[in-house]
Write a protein that binds this ligand. Structure first.
Ligand code: FMN
Length: 176
């Protein structure tokens, strides 16, 4: 059993903390946190060689190793800060590059979860959550749960015991 968490924040802040809490709560299984900000992932060029011809993505960068990790994982947790009612650019860039494994859907039936955080009200943050929900749906993954939270400064989420409780519950639920 392997859990992969993908962090779309460009800073060490709330999203990373939330993902780590979910991983910690999942117990004694193989786990890995991927910080997209530390990887060289170029934007999709729209060549469509992957989608139309079923060939691997021709771009040579860190996405090559990430495809392997995604395919090997049993559970994937996607985390993004809310940026303008959307995921961060780092996360969107990553999402676009998964076009290479969506047809046929190579992540199909893997379990998935979401964490999203933003400085505004939860209604605003739900736009970001929804982008990730649709992404998970496009890949035909199974959404197990989602935690969305309000926090602005990078350390803020650590003070929210209610959110920490939700994150711990999500980690445990993923293992059921
Ligand atoms: C470029 C940018 C755009 C943002 N847009 C929004 C927004 O539209 N709605 C919102 O709720 N928060 C917005 N925020 C606030 C972040 O979502 C918030 O600070 C969050 O805690 C960042 O998570 P992180 O610490 O994991 O990076 C924005 C922040 C930045 C830097």
């Amino acid at each position: 059993m392997k859990i992969l968490a993908i962090c779309g924040s460009p800073r060490k802040g709330n999203t990373e903390f939330m993902l780590n809490k979910v991983l910690e709560s999942a117990g004694d299984v193989e786990k890995e946190l991927i910080l997209l900000r530390n990887l060289n992932i170029k934007p999709c060029t729209g060549c469509d060689i992957c989608y139309n011809e079923g060939k691997p993505c021709p771009i040579e960068d860190d996405m090559e190793q990430l495809y392997e990790k995604l395919l090997k994982a049993d559970i994937i947790v996607f985390g993004s800060p809310n940026y303008f009612k959307n995921v961060s650019g780092l996360m969107k860039n990553f999402i676009d590059r998964t076009n290479a494994i969506v047809e046929p859907p190579r992540l199909k039936d893997k379990k998935a979860a979401i964490v999203c955080v933003g400085g505004q009200d939860l209604g605003n943050i739900k736009f970001c959550e929804n982008v990730l929900k649709e992404f998970i749906d496009d890949h035909q993954m199974i959404l197990v749960g989602s935690v969305i939270a309000k926090a602005e400064s990078p350390e803020e989420i650590k003070k929210s015991t209610a959110i920490i409780d939700e994150l711990e519950k999500l980690g445990k639920k993923l293992m059921k």
